[in-house]
Design a protein around this ligand. Structure first.
Ligand code: PHE
Length: 434
C-alpha cells in the first residue's frame, strides 16, 4: 500500500499547497474582523509573537508525524499505538464538520462575484446580506457548487488536482491581493487605516485578546484537523522541515497583514466602522465598492481573491478525510470523493438553512452553523492539537534534535511541545467553553 501512496513532486509543491491550506477565509475574512474587534495594532503584535513562537511547534509537529509515519491520520495514530486509533479518527471527523460550515461561506463568495456586476441595484447591503443568507434554496445550491469545486480538484489526485490547483490559484491570489492593496493605499485618508493597524494602544491588551489571537493563529495555520498531517505524509525527500515551516508561517502572516492593508484604509477612507464583525467583508466592503469608480471590477477582483483562498483551503479540508477513506477502507479516490460529497452535503445543507427556515433548530443554544463553527474552532481543533502534542512530547518523547539543527531552538521546542503548547491549548479550550 505504502508504495502506492501519492507524494509531492517537489519541495515547492509541498510548500505552496501547505500555504494554500493556511491562507484562506481565516486570513482575508476572519483576521481583519477579529483584529477590528480587538482594537487593531496591539492585536497584530500579539498575533505575530504567538504565530512565530507557540504555533511553530504544533505546526512542525503535525507535519513531522505525517512525514514520519507516511500514513493518513487514523493510520498514523495506529502506528504509534493501536489504542490511539479513535483519537486519530477525530481528525477526519473534524475535517468533515469544518467543511460543512466553511463551504457555506464559499457559496456566499460565489454569489458576491456574480453580484459585483449588479450591485448598483442594491441600496441597503446589510438588509441584502441577511435576506440572501435566509433564502431557502439559493444559498444551498451555492454551497453545493463550492463543495463540488473543492471535491473536483481533490478527486483528480495529489499531483494533477491538489498541486495543480494550488500552483495556479496561489500566484493569482497574490497578484490580485497586491493590486487591491495598491488601490486601497491610494484612497484619500488611507493613512488612518494604516495608523489603526500599526499604531498600538497597549492599554487594550487583555487575556481574552491574547487567547483570541492564539485561536486565530491556530485556525489560520490549519493546525488540528489532520490536513497538515496528511500533507506531511506526502513529503518524499528527507529534507529539513524547519525552513519550509518558516516559509509557511511567514507567507501566511504576510497574506493576513496584506488583507488588513487592503481592507482598513478603505474602511477608514469611507468613514465606516472597522469593528463591524463578520459582516465586514459581506456588508461593509460591498458598500464601499458601490461608491468607488470601477467598483464592480474591484469588487469582482476582491471576491475572486477570496474564492481562490477558500478553494485552496477547502481542498486541504477535504483531503484529510479523503485519504482516510482511501487508505482505511481501500476505496478508490473517486469513490472516496463521492462519499464525502454526499456526507458533507447532508450536514452542510441544514447548516446553510440555519440562517433561514431552520433558525429555530438549536444545538446547545446555537444555530447549526454557529454550533459547527464553535464546536470545531473552539474545541475540536485545539483538542486534536493537544492530543498530538501529548502523543509526540510525552508518549513518543520526540526530541527537537530529530527535527531541528539549531540547539537553542531544540531546547525551546522540547519545552514548548511538552509544557507551553499543551497549557496554552487547555486555556484555549476552557475559554472556548465559556
Ligand atoms: N487555514 C484555513 C483558513 O485560514 C482554514 C482551515 C482550518 C483549513 C483548518 C484547514 C484546516 O481559512
Amino acid at each position: 500500500m505504502e508504495n502506492n501512496r501519492p507524494s509531492w513532486t517537489s519541495r515547492y509543491a509541498f510548500i505552496i499547497t501547505t500555504i494554500g491550506s493556511a491562507v484562506g477565509l481565516g486570513n482575508i475574512w476572519r483576521f481583519p474582523y477579529i483584529m477590528g474587534q480587538y482594537g487593531g495594532a496591539v492585536f497584530l503584535i500579539i498575533y505575530i509573537i504567538l504565530i512565530s513562537t507557540i504555533c511553530f511547534i504544533p505546526l512542525i509537529n503535525e507535519l513531522y508525524i505525517g512525514k514520519l509515519t507516511k500514513k493518513e491520520c487514523v493510520g498514523a495514530y495506529e502506528s504509534i499505538n493501536p489504542k490511539f486509533k479513535p483519537i486519530g479518527a477525530l481528525n477526519p471527523i473534524t475535517g468533515i464538520l469544518i467543511a460543512s460550515f466553511y463551504f457555506i461561506v464559499g457559496g456566499w463568495i460565489i454569489n458576491y462575484i456574480y453580484k459585483s456586476f449588479v450591485c448598483n441595484q442594491i441600496s441597503d447591503f446589510g438588509a441584502y446580506f441577511s435576506e440572501f443568507i435566509q433564502a431557502p434554496l439559493y444559498p444551498c445550491i451555492l454551497t453545493i457548487i463550492f463543495l463540488f469545486i473543492c471535491i473536483f480538484f481533490t478527486a483528480k489526485g495529489v499531483k494533477n488536482g491538489i498541486e495543480a490547483a494550488n500552483k495556479v490559484l496561489m500566484p493569482l491570489l497574490a497578484l490580485i491581493l497586491i493590486f487591491l492593496v495598491v488601490i486601497s493605499l491610494n484612497l484619500p485618508n488611507a493613512n488612518l487605516g494604516l495608523e489603526y493597524m500599526f499604531k498600538p494602544d497597549f492599554s487594550k491588551i487583555n487575556s481574552e485578546m491574547v487567547l483570541a489571537a492564539l485561536g486565530q493563529a491556530f485556525f489560520t495555520l490549519s493546525i488540528g484537523m489532520g490536513a497538515l498531517l496528511t500533507y506531511g505524509s506526502y513529503i518524499k525527500e528527507d529534507k529539513s522541515l524547519v525552513k519550509s515551516v518558516y516559509t509557511i508561517i511567514l507567507s501566511d502572516t504576510a497574506f493576513a497583514i496584506l488583507a488588513g492593508i487592503m481592507i482598513f484604509p478603505a474602511v477608514f477612507s469611507f468613514n465606516m466602522e472597522p469593528n463591524s464583525g463578520a459582516g465586514l467583508v459581506f456588508v461593509t466592503l460591498p458598500k464601499i465598492f458601490s461608491q468607488v469608480p470601477y467598483g464592480n471590477i474591484i469588487s469582482c477582483a476582491f471576491f475572486v481573491l477570496l474564492l481562490c483562498a477558500a478553494i485552496t483551503s477547502g481542498i486541504s479540508i477535504v483531503e484529510g478525510p479523503c485519504a482516510t477513506l482511501i487508505e482505511r477502507f481501500k476505496v478508490s479516490r473517486s469513490k472516496a470523493c463521492c462519499i464525502l460529497f454526499f456526507v458533507i452535503s447532508i450536514i452542510a445543507i441544514p447548516a446553510t438553512l440555519s440562517f433561514g427556515i431552520l433558525d429555530h433548530v438549536k444545538i446547545f443554544e446555537r444555530t447549526i452553523f454557529d454550533f459547527l463553527d464553535f464546536f470545531t474552532s473552539n474545541i475540536m481543533l485545539p483538542l486534536n492539537t493537544l492530543f498530538l502534542c501529548l502523543v509526540s512530547g510525552w508518549y513518543l518523547q520526540i526530541k527537537g534534535n530529530r527535527i531541528i539543527k539549531n540547539s537553542l531552538l531544540v531546547l525551546l521546542f522540547d519545552f514548548g511541545l511538552r509544557f507551553v503548547v499543551p497549557i496554552a491549548l487547555i486555556c484555549l479550550i476552557i475559554m472556548g467553553l465559556k
